[in-house]
Ligand binder design. Structure first.
Ligand SMILES: [Zn+2]
Length: 307
């Protein structure tokens, strides 16, 4: 039994406006969930029997939700924005790194005898390596909440060898980003990358994957570019869903804040984070979710109930 935690950066539920919202333009309409006048809505059923829940990303703190605080909240259950008193963008600061080290979902599960892994493959860091990558200020400011959360459990950082034998997935799904830098890794379709994620998770209790092309596109691209990134993500998620056993496995897909669902705005939004569940226990977990801080406790509790 594996829980797959697919974290998608910058995917909110926006308005049903085909001129602005790329979620209306993917072939399977997987992300066609909306928030209009505060009313969560979907036009279609969630594909493959999934459940949709909008998550409040504002965390009760004024201002626009940002990545460091939102992701720390998602990966620990701690209201990181309230702790700092503001929404912190990009990478976690020292205070948030301490929260991640103490309360990370990986650490909580490993302390309960579970096996977890962050299955994104990273390019090997440039040589010569600093004496301690994890304390060198030049590197520390480049390390994301997901990496700190994984490290809190003593888990390794995965790279090219794991990518080559289907134990990891490239952050761009296809592996093109590795090939562009001269690494001889297979080029995968997004659907194939989804199957690889399913395989990488076998034998683990929790497999976490992070996709941040959505947030990049939301900041940089217009509607067609945003729709392409979402179509790739949709193909990837469907590939994963077809490769798991929904009677044994759970898939949770969520986000830290809105962005891509309003393509012309180029910034984060106040919209709720789109969140989906499939498979084992999904109704029960969904019923517990209101805001970003609910994800980690809901998953830890659900996994604690399993034999
Ligand atoms: Zn973000």
């Amino acid at each position: 039994m594996t829980t797959y935690f697919v974290f998608v950066d910058g995917l909110g539920a926006g308005r049903r406006d085909p001129e602005r919202n790329p979620c209306l333009h993917t072939p399977g309409r997987l992300f066609a969930s909306f928030d209009e006048e505060g009313t969560p809505a979907r036009d279609d059923e969630v594909p493959l029997g999934g459940t949709y829940v909008p998550l409040d990303a504002t965390l009760g703190v004024e201002g626009t939700p940002q990545s460091a605080t939102g992701q720390t909240a998602l990966f620990t259950g701690v209201n990181a924005a309230k702790l700092l008193g503001f929404h912190l963008w990009a990478m976690p600061n020292r205070q948030l790194r301490e929260v991640l080290a103490r309360d990370s979902i990986h650490r909580q599960l490993v302390e309960r005898g579970r096996v977890t892994r962050f299955v994104n493959a990273f390019r090997p860091p440039p040589e010569p390596l600093p004496e301690d990558l994890w304390t060198d200020p030049r590197y520390v400011r480049l390390i994301s909440a997901s990496v700190w959360a994984n490290r809190a459990a003593g888990n390794p950082v995965l790279s090219v060898p794991e990518l080559l034998d289907d134990r990891a997935v490239s952050f761009d799904l296809t592996g093109q980003a590795f090939r562009d830098r001269g690494f001889d890794v297979p080029l995968r379709t997004p659907a194939r990358a989804g199957e690889v994620l399913a395989r990488a998770g076998r034998g683990l209790d929790l497999a976490m994957f992070e996709y941040f092309q959505t947030d990049r596109a939301g900041h940089r691209e217009q509607l067609p570019g945003c729709a392409k990134v979402l179509a790739d993500l949709e193909e990837f998620v469907l590939g994963l869903l077809h490769a798991i056993d929904p009677s044994r496995d759970t898939v949770l897909l969520t986000s830290d804040h809105g962005n891509i669902e309003d393509a012309p705005s180029r910034g984060h939004t106040l919209n709720p984070a789109q969140t989906y569940l499939w498979g084992r226990g999904s109704q029960r977990i969904a019923a517990r979710l209101r805001d970003l801080t609910d994800v980690t406790p809901a998953l830890v509790e659900a996994m604690g109930e399993e034999p």
